[in-house]
Design a protein around this ligand. Structure first.
Ligand code: DGL
Length: 261
């Protein structure tokens, strides 16, 4: 099974992309709704959560792990990869690669949680490949709680997005990385506010493509993954809103299983 985790609802955008690109693979998802958001926590705390989440998913039978959270990917990917002997996928590198393939002027904007932006990981990774690239980042701490609340279409949310994007817009970025897996759920508004000439990079699509490529080249890992179209959805706290957003994001009925870590 493919084990995927996030602090909450955001990682379901990765599940959606994996279901589209790797149809039929069995998936275990854990949304850490009791401890969300991760983006305002310290790196030490996020590392501890990421280790616990990975351990839980592996005990449920996951054979590969997808850290479907930019915050966890930015501060905990190395620790998780060092502690567990299975392929671990983070969402940052695939988004960086996709942005560099897409951008023409290499004027790249990144939006994410406070922790992700503070880590500077996008800038480091982009500049390691293209030292001439210009990277402009903006932390958008209000967006995760708004998505968790289901406020995707509210005028207040649109206004906040416009305000967050303004500094990037004046820099005339040509590519914008959605550096948080919650943000694809706001993609239409983000695209509208940043302008149609800007390519918006969705890390959920990028990571699913990367996993597909990896499995094509690692048959021994691919053979470990069952393919009965099963999907189990674990959360650390059950909320009505999670169920509602999960149903609309995945366009299927979901059954939430509550667990305690
Ligand atoms: N989806 C997580 C991310 O990609 C959200 C982090 C949070 O819980 O603040 O960063």
């Amino acid at each position: 099974m493919i084990g995927i985790f996030d602090s909450g609802i955001g990682g379901l955008t990765v599940v959606r992309s994996i279901m589209e690109q790797l149809s039929g693979y069995d998936i275990l998802y854990f949304g850490d709704t009791a401890r969300t958001p991760y983006g305002s926590k310290s790196p030490e705390t996020v590392i501890r959560y990421a280790l616990e989440n990975t351990d839980f998913l592996m005990n449920q039978g996951a054979k590969i792990i997808v850290m479907a959270c930019n915050t966890a990917s930015s501060v905990a990917a190395e620790r998780v990869s060092a502690e567990f002997d299975v392929p671990i996928f983070e969402v940052i590198t695939p988004a960086v690669d996709m942005s560099l393939q897409t951008s023409r002027k290499f004027n790249i904007g990144v939006i994410g949680t406070r922790a992700t932006i503070k880590s500077g990981i996008y800038e480091k990774k982009i500049k390691a490949i293209n030292p001439d690239a210009k990277v402009y980042s903006a932390a958008c701490p209000l967006l995760v709680p708004l998505v968790e609340e289901g406020w995707m279409q509210k005028p207040e949310t649109v206004m906040i997005i416009k305000k967050y994007l303004h500094p990037l817009k004046v820099r005339q970025i040509d590519t914008l990385i959605l550096g948080c897996t919650h943000y694809p759920l706001l993609k239409k508004t983000i695209q509208r506010k940043i302008g149609k000439r800007v390519s918006v990079i969705d890390s959920s699509i990028a990571v699913a493509a990367k996993i597909k490529d990896f499995l094509a080249g690692h048959i021994e890992v691919d053979n470990l993954l069952s393919r009965n179209g099963k999907f189990r959805l674990f959360v650390s706290d059950i909320t009505d809103q999670f169920e509602k957003t999960a149903k609309t994001t995945l366009k299927r009925n979901v059954h939430l299983e509550q667990i305690m870590l």
